[in-house]
Design a protein around this ligand. Sequence first.
Ligand code: ADP
Ligand code: MG
Length: 389
Amino acid sequence: MTVTNDAQRAHGDRFGQPGRLFRAPARVNLIGEHTDYTGGLVMPMAIGFHTVAVISPREDDRLMFYSENYKEETVVDPAALDSGRRGHWSDYPAGVAWSLRKEGLRFGGFNLTLSGDVPLGAGLSSSASVEVAVAMAIQSLSGSELSLEKMATLCRRAENEYVGAKSGIMDQFVVAGAVAHRAMMLDTRSLKFDLLPLPEDVRVVIANSMVKHAVATGEYGNRRDEVEAGQEVLRRELGRELLRDATLADLEACRQKMSPESFARCKHIITENARVLAAREALLKADMKRFGELMAEAHASFRDDFAASCEEVDQLVAIALRQPGCIGARITGGGFGGCTVNVVKTSAAEAFVASARREYAQATGIEADCFICEPEDGALALAKKGGAA
Ligand code: ADP
Ligand code: MG
């Protein structure tokens, strides 16, 4: 595997010593969008793109980070960790060091090399992939063993509090804890999860629309504010602590007390949680037709109630659904562009990619990047199977 070799070689060339190697995958979310910051349900899986972290101890206490992707080295003085982010890629690994140290893990200086084939900023969570690979590496140096829950929580804290990016727990949890051939239904409140079989005769095709509308960052924040405002009304009026606890009847009862936007956003989340549960049932029965219908409903809800799709992505979904062997298609990720996730018969996957790309280019003039994926192991399973050399 080339990222692994690249990382080992880069580490040796730069630091003149071999290191221990850890791998963490990227992820895609099959269904359950914008539910993870209100204690809801999600169904992601790990995919076959990885970030590799190679680590070796130093004599002094400095933290050296080198990224083969950025071809850049940076040094962090451990005393400076508490002063926070610098607006640089090294915030991700430094944030993990900060979070693990805050948790009480003890480690000295180290050299750490990162190398990955995860497309950056494409919504496949290269950030969680980096965080978990780095956490695995640092924990090995400190001789501790974090549970899955701890590892995910500490990496999330790095991203939320150190890097300053709002995100739920889903990405870090699945990147660390996924298992090959399984999707993971995660309850983001209790952190209980189910590993669900995905039939061997289907593949998950990720198609990048290659657009990210400029409104995305601002609108993402607005959506969260609208959701939180609605949640607050349900809490105040009916004692529902999290949206997760509310029903559509509860929401209807509070309709006059919230903005029409908050009502619609909350409606998406309440119905989406129900769809994730239904999707779990569908996978347990190997009923992929039902799974596909739920994806279609999820896309419509994201587009109409959550109001966070865009024309290009809607076109990409419509094109996908016209292709032979396509079972379901919907937007995945934060919204306003980004990727779609498509469940496609394995035998039709190559042809699906060729014609979806052609038709999308005809419609929009844009070449979509497409990846044919299946559920892969997370970082902990990879380490157990000898993914760490
Ligand atoms: P996404 O998680 O969707 O890929 P983010 O913006 O959350 O997008 O995270 C991307 C950021 O993560 C990059 O801009 C970079 O700062 C950091 N990152 C990801 N992979 C690497 C890597 N291999 N080396 C250094 N930094 C990385
Ligand atoms: Mg990210």
